[in-house]
Design a protein. Structure first.
Length: 94
């Protein structure tokens, strides 16, 4: 039986793109380690329930042998949001 994995923590350095296709207002970020990740916010859309559903589905898929992306907890600082060129993001998150 597979044990649930704990996600690594990374720090967002740059917001590369904003996606408008979901109520969680996901963005593509590059971290200080150079990893590119899609970030889904916990304070938008369906809130933490949507993130919990994604996490559960990922764990179930992994348990039956389906390859899934590596999860990360991404820290996005308020300073990064304030200095982003993506104006809609500021209104959504702050």
């Amino acid at each position: 039986m597979l044990k649930p994995t704990s996600p690594s923590r990374l720090i967002a350095k740059t917001i590369l793109a904003e996606f408008h296709s979901s109520s969680s207002h996901p963005v593509l970020v590059e971290t200080t380690e150079g990893t590119k990740c899609v970030v889904k916010w916990r304070c938008t859309g369906e809130g933490p329930l949507a993130n919990a559903t994604d996490w559960t589905a990922r764990q179930l898929a992994r348990a039956v042998g389906i390859q899934v992306p590596t999860p990360y907890l991404i820290e996005v600082t308020p300073d990064l949001i304030h200095h982003t060129k993506h104006g809609g993001l500021k209104d959504t998150i702050l």
